[in-house]
Design a protein around this ligand. Structure first.
Ligand code: NAD
Length: 347
């Protein structure tokens, strides 16, 4: 593990096995310098343990930076359960995972991620209090997507303002990839602000619904990169900014909620050289973790969440300004700031 490329001086990595329920889980704690490590748990049918480990290491490091840039009193961690979320879920499995989380005594807070729902987390919550993203309970924060989308919308405004010299999104043409939980809400906000939308998804029902609600034009999934638009907003998949798609994009800005948008770290510089202003994904999509952080604090507060999203939007603006001023990729600058905050807390 210490030699894998994904190992980034993680503080600790915990492996859990429960024969009775078939639980095989990893909790990777990248940093607790800013507070208890927080990050969702993913259930995925990995090819092997090495792949599961790599995912846990990579995702937990990412959470350290996402939490730091959102100025939250939280470190970075992530859980992964190795298994098929369609066939291998059971209340007992999640209770066993709850016991695993509880054994870390609050060093790691879990929540749902890919493959896991609030309904599954209910069983985790029977065994530990270090769980968030619940639908019920005194401080329950529920679905984070609307808050993620609010942050993404404000981030699109901040990016367009700088890239297009636009003081509003009225008449700005936005190409939206993915109209699921986050993308759907983003489209509503954009339409209300007067933006002209072109949307794509692989789910025809969602497309029809969002198009009816917002008047958006629908295109096929692969056509979204070729649209004559001002802003490209990825809200579906990772690695969508790569050499192939970049050569096709005609936009001046990329700003969307999807995680891990850049296929490789050097895409940040390539995007910049093409004259595109990029809102780093882990900055613009921090609204969801802010929502979860409010629940972790013990008292859910909408005004606190909104003020944190506001501050995060200001941070994004500063990152974009610095990128334009210093002719350096915004993704590098965002990472530097997050790392500095973690180092400062360590010292
Ligand atoms: P979701 O599953 O509700 O939505 C994703 C949408 O993308 C779906 O409608 C899906 O059909 C569509 N899609 C899949 N493949 C596609 C393709 N090839 N082309 C076009 N569309 C495609 O998920 P979500 O919760 O809306 O999350 C979207 C992205 O935002 C993910 O990358 C997620 O990691 C990230 N994110 C979500 C949150 C949150 O609060 N939900 C927070 C931070 C980051």
């Amino acid at each position: 593990m210490f030699d894998t490329a994904a190992f980034a001086d993680h503080e600790s990595v915990h492996l859990f096995h429960d024969k009775a329920t078939g639980l095989r889980a990893i909790v990777a704690i990248h940093s607790t310098a800013l507070g208890p490590a927080a990050g969702g748990c993913r259930m995925w049918n990995y090819v092997d343990g090495e792949e599961a480990m790599r995912d846990a290491l990579r995702l937990s490091e990412g959470m350290s930076y996402k939490n730091a840039i959102a100025d939250l009193p939280l470190g970075g961690g992530k859980g992964v359960i190795w298994g098929d979320s369609k066939t291998q879920k059971s209340p007992e499995l999640f209770r066993a995972f709850g016991q695993a989380v509880d054994s870390l005594n609050g060093k790691y807070w879990t929540a749902e991620d890919v493959g896991i729902s609030p309904d599954d987390m209910k069983y985790v919550a029977e065994q530990t209090r270090f769980v968030a993203g619940l639908n019920d309970g005194e401080a329950a924060s529920g679905d984070p997507s609307p808050v993620t989308a609010l942050g993404v919308f404000k981030g699109i405004e901040a990016t367009a303002m700088r890239a297009l010299n636009a003081d509003s999104l009225d008449g700005v043409r936005v190409a939206v990839q993915g109209v699921g939980h986050v993308g759907g809400y983003v489209c509503s906000y954009l339409a209300k602000a007067g933006a002209h939308l072109t949307i794509t998804d692989i789910n025809q029902e969602s497309l029809k619904l969002i198009s009816e609600q917002t008047g958006a034009t629908i295109v096929a999934p692969d056509e979204i990169y070729d649209i004559d638009a001002d802003v490209f907003s990825p809200n579906a998949l990772g690695a969508v900014i790569n050499d192939d798609t970049l050569s096709r994009l005609k936009v001046k800005a990329i700003a969307g909620g999807a995680n891990n948008q850049l296929a490789t770290a050097d895409m940040g510089e390539k995007v910049r050289q093409q004259g595109i202003l990029y809102a780093p994904d882990f900055v613009i999509n921090g609204g969801g973790i802010i929502n979860v952080a409010s629940e972790i604090s013990g008292v859910f507060s909408t005004p606190w969440v909104e003020s944190k999203v506001e501050t995060l939007t200001e941070t994004l603006g500063q990152i974009l300004d610095q990128s334009l001023k210093e002719n350096r990729p915004s993704s590098d600058i965002a990472l530097e700031i997050a790392k500095q905050r973690i180092e400062a807390a360590k010292n």
